[in-house]
Design a protein around this ligand. Structure first.
Ligand SMILES: O=C(O)c1cc(=O)[nH]c(=O)n1[C@@H]1O[C@H](COP(=O)(O)O)[C@@H](O)[C@H]1O
Length: 224
């Protein structure tokens, strides 16, 4: 099985991102570039990271009216990212139009409920019920809209996978049993996330903030 770890290169610094990708490239399956990186470096920055030779997950979490999201996705299609994120709560039409506008080789996945949130945060946004139920509802919406999969926490991936066996499941908020959660609230270990059906593990700080990022990536990969 190929390496399911995508390292989140959460930095605006292109030189640092590239150096990190080079360092860890033998122990990860791909890299994730997010808003922090894209706002600073744009499409040229994505191309510079692609030169390292790993699949790129472009995590822009697009969320707007269908026309605006579709045009943004169309503009990104030239970059042919392996994976691209949109927010599931943008609604069915937005999801359908995003998928239609994407490069055919790009997996478009819907962010359900951020792993930095818990049930009480959800209630504060006016949504009643549990995080678990909310994620499963949004997963259904993404599937019905023709998306390739979802982003969810390891706490929900088992049931989400059962309901959508062919879906692609991206799981961030992944930590070793004794690892610092930081701002993440719904966390699981890498091993558990994979056992429960994750297709990809997104791991940032446990690798990028380690004194030896390559060794940290190798050690996590060894637990899988
Ligand atoms: O879409 C994501 O990748 C994502 C969704 C989510 O619900 N939670 C989440 O943490 N992420 C991303 O996953 C990465 C997690 O980073 P660490 O907490 O440092 O491992 C960050 O780049 C987040 O932007």
């Amino acid at each position: 099985m190929s390496n399911r770890i995508f390292v989140a290169l959460d930095t605006p610094d292109l030189v640092r991102a590239r150096a990190l990708a080079q360092k860890v490239r033998h122990h990860v399956g791909g890299v994730k570039l997010g808003l922090e990186f894209f706002c600073a470096n744009g499409p040229a920055g994505v191309r510079a990271i692609e030169e390292v030779g790993l699949p790129v997950f472009l995590d822009l979490k697009l969320h707007d009216i269908p026309n605006t999201v579709a045009k943004a996705v169309q503009s990104l299609a030239v970059l042919k990212p392996a994976v691209l994120t949109v927010h599931a709560s943008g609604g069915r039409a937005m999801l359908e139009d995003a998928k239609a506008a994407a490069h055919p080789d790009t997996r478009v996945v819907a962010v359900t409920m951020l792993t930095s949130l818990d049930d009480s945060d959800l209630a504060a946004t006016g949504v009643s019920g549990s995080a678990h139920d909310h994620v499963l509802r949004l997963a259904d919406l993404a599937r019905e809209a023709g998306l390739d999969g979802i982003v969810c926490s390891g706490a929900e991936v088992k049931e989400a996978h059962r309901a959508w066996p062919k879906g692609y499941f991206v799981v961030p908020g992944v930590r070793a049993a004794d690892g610092a959660a930081g701002d993440q609230k719904r966390v699981v270990t890498p091993r558990r996330a994979l056992d429960d059906g994750a297709s990809m593990l997104v791991i940032g700080r446990p690798i990028t903030q380690a004194s030896d990022p390559d060794e940290a990536a190798r050690a996590i990969a060894a637990t899988l």
